[in-house]
Design a protein. Structure first.
Lengths: 293, 267
């Protein structure tokens, strides 16, 4: 059922053309007797948005954390941007993680810091000059339309605002790869759509490759059916599964399609274009469609 | 016919507990070692360290002042009748001074700091763990031990001797006030005896202990915070454990430290 792309991991030390940005190879992870991930294999290609769709407890967050090197697999290999993160030492992982962005489920903003300091956190760690930090923080917050809240603390923000600040924090250093862990969980439909629009903007304006975990099939369709048009600064319907048609996105032409990977009981149940779910006769996939109605 | 599941033996339960505790001890040792080694390798978070010094030092001052004044006074009240019986009331300064500087100052200050700051560290770091802020820090490429633990350990180690100095002095003031009103001792008599009674070894004992106690309080507080599991209930458990374990460790280590320091400085 899973039309996984063929791809070799042999000798992968850099992300060369034709090689995946992320590659999970037979990854297993368990806690005590309970094996949560049972041989996960998939790939994410440069510019692609891969949506991990699954019910609560299906292991979506674990996959995100494994990809970011926040957890280590019991067996198997996790390759990200040419590095085997499952075998890297913690200090190497710290350097590696500076190249990627991570949006946590609840935002995970530092509650003792203001919005500005949260977004500036990574820049300060990198000893970027203060005047440049100010400029880049404002730019990132403008991107997520949160500049007016720059001096506020996280507990003064709504759930959706916190997610937007978290996206600004993840994107402030313009990483080539961003992990979104259930960015719309617990949000109302309008705010969820705002978050999806921000992810579209990151994908279509900055060329960000991303792995997005969600239990909402609407998020997958939102990413697959729409794109952010830089010229009109609006979300427009995309031709063909979230890919910008040639010439429609001058900054990042030919963005690969948005694909969905459905997890069930710790294994990959389905992997294909989002539209294939729409036409599927599989009872389990239909459950996701039913929940979206 | 399905097999009846065997109940775990007492031996296997005990061995499981022992393994868990040994693993925790190993994790604690590694965390403590890493926190110390970080001091010698960049980057250093000096502003965080200063902020922690302020929180631990200035923040603990009110309870240190109240406790030391009371303990100095009560020491005199309890010993006054004995000194009067033998007509040795002029030794009050010696007794208060030696008791405070060698033992009560470092120990009670450590217990107060454990109650206030080990619990604070455990609950703060524990809350950061359950709200994924620690993971977010790691995801942003920052080492949480370097950013969160090392500044707290350094700050507590530096601040503890200063708090003990304040405790000792205010304790002596409390002792003097009680002596003045109960034994009618003059200021010159009390303070001369109190200062003359102290030798180099007493001061070494009194100011070496807080360094060790500070290390224990901070590392235990941080360790309990970073190993929180089970949401807000886990934070509560970690807070309690941080205070209990650090207090017990302070008292137990005090025995060995006292013996060692007496051996080293008061031959």
């Amino acid at each position: 059922m899973s039309p996984t792309r063929p791809g070799s991991l042999r000798g992968l030390t850099t992300t060369a053309p034709g090689e995946p940005f992320i590659a999970f190879k037979d990854v297993r992870l368990g806690f005590g007797e309970n094996e949560v991930l049972q041989g996960i294999s998939f790939e994410v290609w440069p510019g692609e948005t891969k949506v991990l769709l699954g019910e609560s407890g299906s292991g979506k967050t674990l996959i995100m954390k494994l990809a970011a090197g926040l957890l280590r697999p019991d067996s198997g290999a996790v390759w990200v941007m040419g590095e085997n993160v499952s075998e890297m030492a913690e200090d190497e992982l710290l350097d590696f993680r500076r190249q990627v962005g991570f949006v946590f489920q609840e935002g995970a903003l530092f509650d003792s810091l203001t919005v500005a300091d949260n977004v500036a956190f990574r820049l300060r760690e990198e000893n970027v000059p203060e005047d440049e930090i100010e400029q880049r923080v404002r730019e990132a917050l403008r991107f997520v339309e949160m500049e007016p809240a720059i001096e506020k603390y996280p507990d003064e923000l709504s759930g959706g605002m916190r997610r937007r600040v978290s996206i600004a924090r993840a994107l402030v250093d313009k990483p080539p790869l961003v992990f979104y862990d259930s960015p719309t969980a617990g949000l109302d439909p309008v705010t969820s759509q705002t978050i999806i629009t921000l992810i579209l903007r990151g994908r279509d304006l900055q060329g960000v490759t991303s792995l997005l975990a969600t239990h909402r099939v609407q998020d997958a369709f939102g990413l697959a059916h729409f794109r952010f048009d830089a010229a009109s600064a609006r979300v427009v319907r995309a031709d063909g599964n979230g890919a910008a048609a040639p010439g429609q996105n001058d900054s990042h032409p030919g963005i690969p399609p948005t694909n969905v990977l459905v997890l069930r009981d710790g294994a990959v149940y389905f992997e294909d274009a989002a539209d294939k779910i729409l036409h599927s006769t599989d009872d389990y996939l239909k459950k996701f469609l039913a929940s979206a109605e | 016919m399905p097999e009846a599941s065997e109940a775990p033996s007492i031996l296997s339960i005990l061995s499981g507990i022992a393994k868990r505790e040994i693993l925790a001890l190993q994790d604690y040792s590694l965390l403590s070692l890493q926190a110390v080694l970080n001091v010698f390798m960049p980057p250093a978070y000096w502003s965080d360290t200063l902020e922690q010094m302020d929180l631990i030092g200035v923040g603990s001052l009110p309870i240190i002042l109240a406790a030391s004044l009371s303990i100095g006074g009560v020491l005199v009240l309890n010993t006054a009748s004995q000194f009067q019986r033998f007509g040795m009331t002029d030794l009050t300064g010696d007794a208060v001074s030696l008791a405070l500087v060698r033992e009560l100052g470092p120990t009670i200050t450590a217990l107060l700091v454990a109650g206030r700051n080990a619990s604070g560290m455990a609950s703060e770091l524990g809350s950061m763990v359950v709200t994924e802020q620690v993971d977010a820090m790691r995801a942003l490429g920052t080492d949480p031990i370097r950013k969160l633990v090392t500044p707290r350990v350094i700050a507590t180690i530096f601040i503890m001797p200063l708090l003990v100095a304040v405790f000792d002095f205010v304790g002596l003031v409390g002792g003097f006030i009680a002596s003045y009103f109960t034994l009618r001792l003059g200021a010159v008599q009390f303070w001369t005896r109190a200062i003359d009674a102290l030798e180099f070894g007493d001061l070494m004992q009194g100011f070496t202990k807080p360094i060790v106690f500070g290390f224990i309080v901070a590392t235990v507080g941080c360790f309990q915070g970073l190993r929180v599991r089970g949401g807000t209930q886990g934070v509560g458990r970690a807070t309690t454990s941080a205070v209990v374990i650090s207090s017990v460790l302070v008292l137990v280590s005090d025995v060995f430290l006292a013996k060692l320091l007496i051996y080293m400085f008061q031959k």
